[in-house]
Design a protein around this ligand. Structure first.
Ligand SMILES: Nc1nc2c(c(=O)[nH]1)N=C([C@H](O)[C@H](O)COP(=O)(O)OP(=O)(O)OP(=O)(O)O)CN2
Ligand SMILES: [Zn+2]
Length: 124
């Protein structure tokens, strides 16, 4: 039997302000405002090594918290690559920072649970 492929996921949260400079002024997108965010990072692979895991979730947790911590209680627009801080671009931001550390990174999900919004990005 071929070795099964697993997908492990870790979540973190952060709160930040943003505005969408090219968004709809009528909908308030161009005004500075804030959200609470959740980010989930998933890593796919075989369970291997003496312990039998894809990767240590503690390592994924530490890396995810580091990146989320850079954004927490800040203005997203000030970060490189987030001049237009949509959920989509936040997914790209996390993927770019985590892929070098976790080659098996398979998915990033960034959501705003309080308003029922979620964006998933499949990482190649
Ligand atoms: N595809 C996307 N569409 C929108 C995004 C996005 O990231 N990707 N982002 C926004 C704005 O950030 C907007 O502030 C999102 O919040 P919204 O849906 O407007 O809800 P509110 O925070 O304003 O809360 P309400 O109670 O609904 O007013 C828009 N679109
Ligand atoms: Zn917003």
């Amino acid at each position: 039997m071929t070795s099964p492929i697993f997908e492990i996921t870790k979540a973190a949260t952060f709160d930040a302000a943003h505005y969408l400079p090219d968004g709809s002024p009528e909908r308030g997108y161009t005004r500075m405002h804030g959200h609470s965010f959740q980010v989930e990072a998933s890593v796919r692979g075989e369970a291997s090594g003496p312990v039998g895991w894809v990767a240590d979730l503690a390592d994924l947790d530490q890396a995810l918290r580091e990146v989320a911590g850079e954004l927490d209680h800040g203005v997203l627009n000030e970060k490189e690559g987030l001049a237009s801080p949509t959920l989509e671009n936040l997914c790209r931001y996390f993927a770019a920072r985590l892929k070098p550390r976790f080659p098996g990174l398979s998915r990033i999900v960034v959501s705003r649970p309080s308003i029922g919004e979620r964006c998933a990005m499949e990482v190649g």
